[in-house]
Write a protein that binds this ligand. Structure first.
Ligand SMILES: [Zn+2]
Length: 335
């Protein structure tokens, strides 16, 4: 198992303090190197601009490339572009598609993140592009076709991925902090997909302050059963570390233990898994998270954090939410 990384991913940068900054990768890669993770060269593909059009409209891609010719531009209040952004975002796509092609289990330590980027940029009703430019996870899933699944465990709903895959019979599963309480404001359980895609969009909104014990139930009672019935041939993980209790941008109470449980559950399906870095804004968590990921992928037992326990009030909300999820999914999946 290897981690793909390139300094090109650090060329996307703002001239002021922004939570989505190049030093996120320094922290992540420190965790990788500390645990002896194998770091590999990224792969550049000449056809990358065509690949990006699998998920994005040509006009959108062209407008991003035009903005990348400037030194710096703001797309909206959250999302910026710098002269290195297009190289970074396109290299992430190239590397993901190359890994998918080889059906390889790997991680890609890239930025900018992608899961909020829709066909034309801003997805669904989101107020911004949420730091994202090109949707690497959606592109990798579309490139792969039948049997592809995106499991999105970033704390934010992957509205871009949902939008792009909504009418496709490719599975998208997302756990995220409840849309009433966090950007981007979508990801309700009744958003199940349309047409050929009906039933293939699985949203599991979680109440703020949900803890490790309840997250484990989500993985075991919903994610794994749906995946087993779907029969994935390749699992793409939108891996955001911002559901961790120490993240500054969200309000969940998870530790790295929850992530470890999810990783093991996904790996237990005996299919190749591609981990794509999305969010996560606490540098220490990124470092510890990367180390934990490498340990698990190398079959070692990583150190656990002190487990968190969901309060009674939050747990009650969670069970209600899970009942709603089951109700909307019962037409399509046995849970
Ligand atoms: Zn996020």
């Amino acid at each position: 198992m290897s981690v793909y990384f390139s300094p090109v991913f650090k060329l996307h940068k703002a001239p002021y303090r922004h939570p989505e900054a190049p030093d996120r990768l320094d922290a992540f890669m420190e965790g990788v190197r500390d645990t002896g993770g194998e770091v590999r060269e990224t792969a550049w593909r000449e056809d990358v601009w065509q690949l990006i059009e699998l998920a994005h409209a040509r006009e959108y891609v062209q407008s991003m490339r035009a903005l990348c010719k400037r030194e710096f531009a703001e797309i909206d209040g959250d999302t910026y572009i710098s002269s290195g952004t297009c190289d970074a975002a396109a290299l992430a796509v190239s590397t993901a598609v190359a890994a998918v092609e080889k059906r390889e289990t790997a991680a890609i330590a890239a930025r900018p993140p992608g899961h909020h980027a829709g066909r034309f940029g801003r997805a669904l009703t989101a107020p911004s592009q949420g730091f994202c430019i090109f949707n690497t996870a959606a592109i990798a899933a579309l490139y792969l076709g039948e049997g592809a699944v995106v499991v999105d465990i970033d704390v934010h709903h992957g509205n871009g991925t949902q939008e792009v895959l909504y009418d496709r019979d490719l599975l998208y599963i997302s756990t995220h902090q409840h849309p009433n309480t966090l950007y981007p404001g979508t990801g309700y359980p009744d958003e199940v997909g349309v047409g050929r895609g009906e039933g293939y969009n699985v949203n599991i909104p979680l109440p703020p302050m949900l803890s490790d014990d309840a997250y484990r139930e989500v993985v075991d009672e919903v994610i794994v059963p749906v995946l087993r019935q779907y029969g994935p041939k390749y699992i793409i993980v939108s891996l955001g570390w911002d559901a961790h209790r120490e993240d500054p941008l969200a309000n969940m109470n998870l530790t790295i233990n929850s992530y470890l449980h999810a990783f093991r559950a996904l790996l237990s399906l005996q299919k190749p898994v591609l981990f794509l870095l999305e969010g996560g804004y606490n540098r220490e968590v990124l470092k510890r998270g990367a180390a934990a990921l490498i340990h698990v992928l190398n079959g070692r037992e990583p150190p656990l954090e002190r487990p968190t326990v969901t309060s009674e009030a939050v747990y009650r909300k969670f069970r209600e939410e899970l009942a709603t999820v089951r109700e909307h999914l019962s037409k399509y999946w046995r849970l």
